[in-house]
Design a protein around this ligand. Structure first.
Ligand code: RB5
Length: 149
């Protein structure tokens, strides 16, 4: 079980209902979830939501973040522009676990128009239940941090 406790979640307009379901599920798992919206399905722009959630994680106000857009790709790209963020798009549970265990990802992105809701929930569970393994993986994550610096 992860030591992470605080989660921030955001999306664009692609599927705010799935985002709310994920937020509720994560809360049911015992996480302290902050949903920063948007709260309506009005068309919006994924970069600003990816950046906003990433800033919460980068500031240390959340341990992990979850993002959704249509493909999961655009909002992931935006989040990864924020210093200290390592965000991956996942459409399977193995990758969701591995980006925590090996890459120390602090954000997960999901393509709401790519996968079904039930799989999305399982992916979130896999991500939230996993923990960074450190060791040789820390060396490699440090290399990523060096590129960023
Ligand atoms: C919005 O139509 C769509 O482009 C967005 O949700 C996302 O898929 C971008 O990467």
């Amino acid at each position: 079980m992860t030591t992470a406790k605080r989660i921030v979640i955001s999306s664009d307009h692609a599927d705010i209902e799935l985002r709310k379901s994920i937020a509720k599920h994560a809360a049911g798992m015992g996480f302290d979830v902050t949903d920063i919206g948007p709260m309506t399905s009005e068309s919006t722009h994924y970069p600003k939501h990816g950046e906003a959630a990433a800033n919460v994680v980068a500031a240390g106000d959340a341990d992990l973040g979850i993002l959704l857009c249509g493909t999961g790709q655009g909002i992931m790209m935006a989040a990864n522009k924020v210093k200290g963020i390592r965000c991956g798009v996942c459409s399977d549970t193995f990758s969701a676990r591995m980006i925590r265990e090996h890459n120390d990802a602090n954000m997960l992105s999901i393509g709401a128009r790519v996968i079904g809701d039930a799989l999305a929930i399982e992916i979130v569970e896999a991500f939230l239940n996993a923990e960074f393994e450190g060791g040789r993986h820390a060396t490699r994550v440090d290399m990523i941090k060096d590129i960023e610096a």
